[in-house]
Structure formats: structure tokens, C-alpha cells
Design a protein around this ligand. Structure first.
Ligand code: SAM
Length: 301
């Protein structure tokens, strides 16, 4: 069994031996399907917490607390932590771990056994999202949480390095795509550094990256978010094509696509990868209804 800290010593964070012991305590074998790569390095946790720029009154939403590596660091820096974990064994173990390692902070933690892609209610409105995200669902988790919890003002997430680059990519860059534009609807995202593979157990095969975001107002538009996202999806589904061609299906025809693009002040021969979120919003707003097809001739006689 892991040894809790002696009273009066600086708050410890988990190392490799602690994580292995905790995993053995609950008999879990990390699974790839749930992206279970646990941080085994206290310096990485300190770095994530420092980069998150948390104020003392914040309620942090942590997705996927796992064995609690980051949770301990967050409890030292914020007022409350709400942790959403999909794995029942890990969710059940976490309050016990925190009671042992941060007995004075145990009351500041809520653990929810839920899928972060589906969670709709939290016991406290979160002000920040800080998480080492399960890599296979990182982008939808971030977008869903920004949509569902408007109280989230900022955050810092660890994701695959390549995904970090995509989320933070500006228009016109090679990595700019659907995640970059959709994330820009809610927030401005910047990369906050890379993380090597050996700070995890088990070590993943690819490097990780940190992304910091700050919420901002979506562009002023009469189109709904769903309408704007539909244009983004259509434009990038065929990203090598001109917007006139890529948006033909969305608009009803190439002619209607061209009209909407011209009305939005966008060159129809441009490609989606050069447009920022405000241009996508203008295109969604400029969409015109396709003219009703003429009524079928009625049989005579
Ligand atoms: N935070 C821990 C750490 O840094 O050591 C663990 C991070 S690990 C990369 C991802 C965690 O997310 C795992 O604990 C996994 O069980 C959990 N998880 C995976 N999919 C999830 C989902 N859809 N909703 C909530 N938690 C999820």
C-alpha cells in the first residue's frame, strides 16, 4: 500500500513507484482504448499546474483523473476540483487516494463516474479545464465541454503533440483544419510546450503537447453554431477543392455555393484552409435556400 505523506513535509506528487503500487492496489492494467497513460513525474505535474495559470478561487474540471497524479497538484492550486472519470475502478479509488495523500483537501474534490463526452451536469460550475486527456477523444471532449459549460473561462490540456498543433494552428498553416476552426469558435488556443514520452506509465509511442486556451465570444452572426459547423465540415471534407466545389453539396449547387461565398466576401476559388472562423460564420449566414424544384407535370387525361 502507498505511504501517505508525513505531516509537515511538502505536498508530494506521485512518482513511478507510487503509480505502480496504486495500480496494483486496484489491480488495473492500463488500457489503450481509454487512453490510460498515467503521469509518473512530479515535475511534469508542477509544470502543467503552473502553465494552467489557476487563481486560488477556481473550480477546476479534470477529465480522466486516473490514479490521481494531476488531481493532487490541482488540489494544491485551486479551490475545488471536479473530476470526471469513465473507469469505475479508478473513479472509486480516487477519493480514497486523496483522503490519504491530501487529507486536508479531500472535501474539495468531487468525483463523477461519467463519460466526459456525455456529461451534462456538474456539482459546481467549473471555471477552468485542466486535464491530461484520453488521446483518442481529446478534441470532441474539449469542444463538448466548452459548449456545455459556459462557466469554463480558460484551461490547459495535454493531448497528442500533433493534436496540440492542430488545435492551436492559425488559418493558412499546414495543420489548420476542423479542430482548429471549431476550437476558435469558443476560444483562442495556444501551444504551451511539448512533453516527452517517458513521464508516463505506460509510455505512449508518440509525444504529447500542452495547449492553453482562453474563452472568447463566438463571432457575431445570425447563423447558429450548428450552421457554422456544417460549413466547416463541408469545406474540410474536400480540403483540396476550391470552396465553390467543396460547398456545392452544402449549398445545393455550385452556383448557390458561389453566390453564398460572394455574398460573404469570400473568393470562391479559395480553399477552406485559409479562412478564419468569422469567414465561416459569414458564409453560413449568406446561405440561400435552393429554389423549389418545379412541380412535377400532372398526368393528362
Ligand atoms: N490524469 C491522469 C494522469 O495524468 O495520470 C490520467 C490521464 S490518462 C491519459 C486518461 C484518463 O481518462 C484515464 O484515467 C481514463 O480512464 C480516462 N478516460 C478515458 N475516456 C474517458 C471519457 N470519455 N470520459 C472520462 N474519462 C475518460
Amino acid at each position: 500500500m502507498t505511504t501517505p505523506p508525513a505531516a509537515g513535509t511538502p505536498a508530494p506528487l506521485f512518482g513511478a513507484a507510487d503509480i505502480r503500487r496504486l495500480a496494483a492496489d486496484v489491480d488495473i492494467r492500463p488500457t489503450k482504448t481509454l487512453g490510460q497513460n498515467f503521469v509518473i513525474d512530479g515535475n511534469t505535474i508542477r509544470r502543467i499546474v503552473a502553465a494552467a495559470h489557476l487563481g486560488p478561487n477556481e473550480t477546476v474540471l479534470e477529465v480522466g483523473p486516473g490514479l490521481g497524479s494531476l488531481t493532487l497538484g490541482l488540489l494544491d492550486a485551486a479551490e475545488r476540483v471536479v473530476a470526471v472519470e469513465i473507469d469505475p475502478v479508478l473513479a472509486r479509488k480516487l477519493p480514497d487516494t486523496v483522503a490519504r495523500w491530501r487529507p486536508d483537501r479531500a472535501a474539495a474534490l468531487d468525483v463523477l463516474l461519467e463519460d466526459a463526452l456525455r456529461v451534462t451536469e456538474l456539482p459546481h460550475p467549473p471555471t477552468a479545464l485542466v486535464a491530461n486527456l484520453p488521446y483518442n477523444v481529446a478534441v470532441p471532449v474539449v469542444l463538448n465541454l466548452l459548449e456545455r459549460f459556459p462557466s469554463l473561462r480558460h484551461g490547459l490540456v495535454m493531448v497528442q503533440d500533433e493534436v496540440a498543433d492542430r488545435l492551436a494552428a492559425p488559418p493558412g498553416s499546414k495543420t489548420y483544419g476542423v479542430p482548429s476552426v471549431k476550437a476558435a469558435w469558443y476560444s483562442s488556443m495556444t501551444k504551451a510546450g511539448g512533453v516527452g514520452m517517458n513521464v508516463f506509465w505506460p509510455a505512449p509511442k508518440i509525444a504529447s503537447g500542452l495547449v492553453r486556451f482562453t474563452r472568447r465570444e463566438p463571432p457575431a452572426t445570425s447563423a447558429t453554431r450548428e450552421q457554422v459547423f456544417a460549413v466547416i465540415d463541408a469545406a474540410f471534407a474536400q480540403r483540396r477543392k476550391t470552396l465553390r466545389a467543396a460547398l456545392a453539396g452544402w449549398a445545393g449547387s455550385p452556383v448557390l455555393a458561389e453566390q453564398a461565398l460572394r455574398d460573404a466576401g469570400v473568393d470562391p476559388t479559395a480553399r477552406g484552409e485559409v479562412l478564419d472562423i468569422t469567414a465561416f460564420a459569414r458564409i453560413a449566414e449568406a446561405r440561400r435556400e435552393a429554389p423549389a424544384s418545379p412541380a412535377a407535370p400532372r398526368p393528362v387525361g
